[in-house]
Design a protein. Structure first.
Length: 565
C-alpha cells in the first residue's frame, strides 16, 4: 500500500495545472481525456516564451497519455504568412515534439464559425454595428463606469442577418460594418461589453484565398476551435485571464453537450536582457537592428538554434523554471547555464586559437611532423579520440604568453615551462618583435621525452600551465562571431524610454584571423563544439569550406555580468 505521506509529497511536486488535470481525470471530466493544443498565430517566429508553452502543452499530453494539437490561429490575413507557418512547424519538431494528427488551422472552421455567428444573430445575441472603431471605443466606458449601448444595438433580427450576409458577400468596404455580440455594457469585465465577433477585411488569406472578406476575431474563434477539436485543457498565458468569461459565454450560447473545453492561465515567460513582444522583435528585424528572425542574438527558437543552443537544454530550462500563476522575470543566465551543462556532456573539444601568435620550437626537427592523440570529450569516453598534427611551428593564444609575467601567471613566459595539451612540455627562451615592439614570434625549446601518454618519467612531470595550440602548417582559418546580450539593461521592456535605447552596441564582435585544427573542416552547419579554454561555438548556417564561420554559443563560465551591471 502506498504511504499517505508519499502521495501528499508527490502532489506537492506537481504544478497547479497538473493538480487540476489529475483532479479532472479522477472525476471523469470529459470522460477522463486529456487533449491540449499549441495555438500560435502565424505572424512571426516563435521565441523562448513559446518554447515554454510548447514544452508545457506537449509535455502534459505525453505525461497523461493524451494528445496535443498544433493549431494555427490564422484569423488575421493582414500579418500572416506561409513563411511563419513553416518556421513554427520546424521549431516544434526541433524541440522534440510531434503534434497529434494533421496540422489544424482556425481557417478550417470558417464555415462553422460563420454558421455559429448566424445562430447568435437569430437568437438575438449579436448585431451588425455601423460605427467606426473610434466611436465604439468612446462608448466602452471604464471598469468602474458602464459603457453606452450602440445606437444600432436594437436592430431587428431580420435586418442583422441580412446585413451580415451582405457583409459576407462583399457589399461593404473595410471598416464599414462589424458584427458584435450582445454582451453586458455594464460588466466590470471590459471584454464582455459587446465584443466584436467579425470585421470586414478584403484581403487574400494564405489558405482560403479570396473566399472570405469577413474574418472572425480571436475571442470568438478560440473557444469554438477548441470545442471542434475536442480540446479538454486550453492553456493560455495570464493576459488571457480576463478573456475567460467571454470564452465561456460563447460556449454557453453555442453548445449543448456535456463535453466542453476549459481555459486555464499560467504566467508567461519574461526573460532578463531581452524583449518578448513579437511586435518589438519584428521592429528589430524590419529596421535592421538584427540580421533576421534567426539572428543568434534574438530570443527566437530559430535564433537560439543557429547560435548552438540545444533542444534538450531548452526543455530542461522550461522544466527548471516551472509553471507559475504570477508573472516574474527569469535571469537569462539560467538558460545559458542549461545550455552550458548540456554541451559540456556532448560537445567535442577542438583546438582553435582566436588571437594567434607564432611559436617556434627551436630544437624540434624542421622537417618532422607527428600526430598527437587527444580525447574528443573527456566527459564522454564513448566519443573516443582523434589525432591532430604537430610540427615545429605552432600558434598559441597571444594572451597565453607574457614576457615579464607576474608570479601567479601560470601560462608561458620566458624561462618558464608549460605543457602543450596532448603534446610536449615547452620552455620559453626568447621573443622576436617588430619595429613597434610587438611580439611577432616566441622561441621555445621542448623536452623530447615529455610527450603526453608516452609512459616515460618525463611525460609524468607536472607543470602548472597547459595551453591549447594549432600546428601552423596545418592550420585552417576561421572567423568567429562573438555574441553578447542584445540589450544592456536587465529590463529593457519596463522602462520609460524606447526599448531600443538599451540595445547593446557590443552585442556582436567579429573576430577574424583565428586558426583551427584540420578537424574543423569536417563540421556541418549547426554543429556545436567546444573550443579548448574558449567556450562553445556553433558552425553558422551560412558557413562554407572556404569561409568557415562560427557563432559563439556560450562562454565556459558565466562571466558576462562581471563589471557590467
Amino acid at each position: 500500500m502506498t504511504d499517505k505521506s508519499t502521495i501528499e509529497e508527490s502532489k506537492k511536486s506537481l504544478n497547479f495545472i497538473e493538480l487540476k488535470i489529475e483532479e479532472d481525470i479522477k472525476n471523469g471530466k470529459n470522460e477522463g481525456r486529456i487533449h491540449t493544443r499549441f495555438p500560435p498565430e502565424p505572424n512571426g517566429y516563435l521565441h523562448i516564451g513559446h518554447a515554454k508553452s510548447i514544452c508545457l502543452n506537449f509535455g502534459l499530453a505525453k505525461k497523461y497519455n493524451g494528445k496535443c494539437n498544433l493549431r494555427f490561429d490564422d484569423t488575421n490575413p493582414v500579418k500572416e504568412d506561409v513563411e511563419y507557418v513553416d518556421s513554427i512547424m520546424e521549431d516544434v519538431k526541433w524541440l522534440g515534439f510531434q503534434w497529434f494528427g494533421d496540422v489544424h488551422y482556425a481557417s478550417d472552421y470558417f464555415d462553422q464559425l460563420y454558421a455559429w455567428a448566424e445562430k447568435m444573430i437569430l437568437a438575438g445575441k449579436a448585431y451588425v454595428d455601423d460605427q467606426k472603431s473610434e466611436e465604439i471605443a468612446s462608448q466602452k466606458g471604464t471598469p468602474t463606469v458602464p459603457g453606452k449601448e450602440s445606437p444600432f444595438r436594437n436592430r431587428t433580427t431580420e435586418e442583422n442577418i441580412d446585413l451580415f450576409r451582405r457583409m459576407k458577400a462583399g457589399e461593404f468596404a473595410d471598416g464599414e460594418k462589424i458584427l458584435r455580440a450582445k454582451g453586458d455594457m455594464a460588466s466590470t469585465n471590459m471584454h464582455m461589453r459587446d465584443p466584436i465577433m467579425y470585421r470586414i477585411l478584403h484581403l487574400e488569406h494564405h489558405r482560403t484565398g479570396n473566399k472570405w472578406c469577413i474574418y472572425p476575431m480571436y475571442d470568438f474563434t478560440h473557444g469554438q476551435s477548441d470545442y471542434i477539436e475536442g480540446i479538454t485543457h486550453s492553456l493560455c498565458t495570464l493576459e488571457f485571464e480576463n478573456h475567460r468569461p467571454l470564452y465561456n459565454w460563447y460556449l454557453d450560447n453555442l453548445i449543448d453537450t456535456d463535453y466542453r473545453p476549459e481555459q486555464t492561465e499560467f504566467a508567461r515567460l519574461n526573460l532578463s536582457y531581452t524583449v518578448m513582444s513579437k511586435r518589438k522583435l519584428l521592429e528589430l528585424v524590419e529596421n535592421n537592428y538584427v540580421d533576421a528572425w534567426d539572428d543568434p542574438r534574438m530570443p527566437t527558437v530559430s535564433g537560439m538554434r543557429r547560435r548552438g543552443f540545444t533542444a534538450e537544454a531548452i526543455r530542461v530550462f522550461a522544466d527548471k523554471i516551472g509553471i507559475a500563476k504570477r508573472n516574474n522575470v527569469i535571469d537569462v543566465s539560467l538558460l545559458e547555464f542549461c545550455v552550458r551543462e548540456d554541451l559540456n556532456k556532448k560537445a567535442d573539444r577542438l583546438m582553435t586559437v582566436l588571437d594567434p601568435v607564432k611559436l617556434l620550437i627551436t630544437n624540434y626537427p624542421e622537417d618532422k611532423e607527428e600526430l598527437m592523440t587527444v580525447d574528443n570529450n573527456p566527459e564522454d569516453e564513448s566519443r573516443g579520440t582523434r589525432e591532430i598534427p604537430f610540427s615545429r611551428e605552432i600558434y598559441i593564444e597571444r594572451n597565453d604568453f607574457m614576457e615579464d609575467a607576474p608570479k601567479k601567471f601560470f601560462r608561458l613566459s620566458l624561462d618558464k615551462e608549460v605543457r602543450l595539451k596532448g603534446a610536449y612540455i615547452i620552455k620559453g627562451e626568447s621573443v622576436v618583435k617588430d619595429a613597434d615592439g610587438n611580439i611577432t614570434e616566441i622561441h621555445c625549446t621542448y623536452d623530447a621525452d615529455s610527450k603526453s601518454g608516452s609512459g616515460t618519467e618525463a611525460s609524468q612531470r607536472k607543470v602548472k600551465g597547459t595551453l591549447h595550440w594549432v600546428s601552423a602548417k596545418h592550420a585552417v582559418p576561421v572567423k568567429v562571431k562573438q555574441y553578447d546580450r542584445l540589450f544592456n539593461h536587465e529590463a529593457p521592456d519596463g522602462q520609460d524610454e524606447d526599448f531600443k535605447t538599451f540595445l547593446n552596441p557590443d552585442s556582436l564582435k567579429i573576430v577574424e584571423g583565428g586558426m583551427a585544427e584540420p578537424a574543423i573542416k569536417n563540421l556541418k552547419p549547426y554543429e556545436t563544439v567546444q573550443f579548448q579554454r574558449q567556450g562553445y561555438f556553433c558552425v553558422d548556417k551560412n558557413s562554407t569550406p572556404d569561409d568557415i564561420v562560427f557563432n559563439r554559443t556560450v562562454t565556459l563560465k558565466d562571466g558576462w555580468s562581471i563589471g557590467k551591471k
